[in-house]
Write a protein that binds this ligand. Structure first.
Ligand code: XUL
Ligand code: CO
Length: 438
């Protein structure tokens, strides 16, 4: 095997005191945490699009990334990217990858050519998977970049586009199945609208449900066992995306009786764009039994768009892992770094350092969250806060043995209300202490 990322060796765990930027400080793959290996809690994945395909372009400037495959084109480029991807994952000890159909092979001049290209590259990927033991966390379809999707894919007013997108998902699902993928993601890149002046929202939503329902039927037909996931996002690229946030998607799935067929892939930066915390979105998915997988990244508090930065915020990582542990893990989901290095961080070692800090942040987040849970500090406080529902009138409310007349009679006798402090600052102090010490 020709080494592409020369000068970068396998990244090792050196512990919290290490100052080596190319070493893990907290991520110790084999370390047991609450009876499970760290790597099995975290199930880290590489995003093919940001890591291999993205070049650092932004609306004001061209690609900046210095990559070993720069200068190549077509299938030659795709194959070199496969080599680079598997070298990077092996060196970082990342055991999963996620991909869009368009990330791995050139678009070609026809649908047939597109599919032929995919078949060629998938064979190369399959070989590499065998050689390295690296697995596929999920596949997905890019039905948003090409101009044909300017008005949407499954929600396009043009039925030919609906059919094209169906053909693409069919193929991408077959590939994911062939590669042993354990999930399949639907992110509705252009499934939304710009103005209701030209949009029949009811038809578009019905069509989106029809599309997802046919996708599920096809999954059953080919015996693909992967979990289907929907990734909510409130805006960008459309002004209003239909899969706005977790609760919105859950409501949509329930309306069309699809709730048992799909789960959610929650992305941190999408949560914040929707005006929620990452933890909020994870908690909504979890309490509804729909937390499937995570796109781990972070946004910028001062910017209103999806900056897809590598996650470095320890506070958010702790609270995210708190939800993951309360969900008893994510399997078959994982933590996909849907993140890209900043445009100025153009050197190959920047890419490794970015993954390292993301992995370390979530490893530390896992350690802190596990301690918070095993000590029960937050859970005990919360359950005590709701104790009025375990006996007396509260118990009658939860048991469904009371009504408004009985409640009103009770309130007449108990109208001098006493509340207790919510102790938010005390709890924040506890979380801080666990971060400092764990
Ligand atoms: C876009 C986004 C996508 C999905 C997969 O914001 O997050 O990369 O994760 O299509
Ligand atoms: Co994403």
């Amino acid at each position: 095997m020709i080494e592409l990322f020369k000068g970068i060796n396998k990244i090792e765990y050196e512990g919290p005191d290490s100052t080596n930027p190319l070493a893990f400080k907290y991520y110790n793959a084999e370390k047991l945490v609450a009876g499970r290996k760290m790597k099995d809690h975290l199930r880290f994945a590489m995003s093919y699009w940001h890591t291999m395909t993205g070049g650092g372009q932004d609306p004001f400037g061209n690609a900046t990334m210095q990559r070993p495959y720069n200068g190549l084109e077509g299938l030659e480029l795709s194959k070199a990217r496969v080599d680079a991807a598997f070298e990077l994952m092996s060196k970082l000890g990342i055991e999963y990858f996620c991909f869009h159909d368009l990330d791995i092979a050139p678009e070609g001049n026809s649908l047939k050519e597109k599919f032929d290209n995919l078949d060629i590259v998938v064979e190369v990927i399959e070989e590499k998977m065998k050689e390295t033991g690296i697995k596929c966390l999920w596949g997905t379809t890019n039905a948003f970049s090409h101009p044909r999707f300017m008005h949407g894919a499954a929600t396009s007013p043009n039925a030919d586009v609906f059919a094209f997108a169906a053909a693409q998902v069919k193929k991408a699902m077959e590939i994911t199945h062939r590669l042993g993928g354990v999930n399949y993601v639907f992110w509705g890149g252009r499934e939304g609208y710009e103005t209701l002046l030209n949009t029949d929202m009811e038809t578009e939503l019905d069509n989106m449900a029809r599309f997802l329902s046919m996708a599920y039927d096809y999954k059953q037909k080919i015996g693909f066992k992967g979990q289907l996931l929907i990734e909510p996002k409130p805006k960008e690229p459309t002004k209003h995306q239909y899969d706005y946030d977790a609760m919105n998607v859950i409501g949509f799935l329930r309306k069309y009786n699809l709730q048992d067929k799909f789960k959610l892939n929650i992305e941190a930066n999408h949560a914040t764009l929707a005006g929620h915390t990452f933890q909020h979105e994870l908690a909504v998915a979890r309490i509804n039994g729909m937390l499937g997988s995570i796109d781990a990244n972070q946004g910028d508090m001062l910017l209103g768009w999806d900056t897809d930065q590598f996650p470095t915020n320890i506070y958010d990582a702790v609270l995210a892992m708190y939800e993951v542990l309360k969900n008893d893990g994510l399997t078959p989901g994982g933590l996909n770094f849907d993140a890209k290095v900043r445009r100025g961080s153009y050197q190959p070692d920047d890419l490794f350092i970015a993954y390292i800090v993301g992995m370390d942040t979530f490893a530390k987040g896992l350690l802190v969250a596990e301690k918070l849970i095993s000590d029960g500090v937050l859970e005990d406080f919360v359950s005590n806060r709701y104790r009025s529902y375990s006996s007396g009138i509260g118990r009658e409310i939860t048991d469904g043995t009371t009504d408004f007349e009985k409640l009103a009679a009770y309130a007449m006798e108990h109208d001098q209300i006493h509340n207790e402090s919510g102790r938010q600052e005390m709890l924040e102090d506890i979380v801080n202490r666990y971060i400092y010490r764990s």
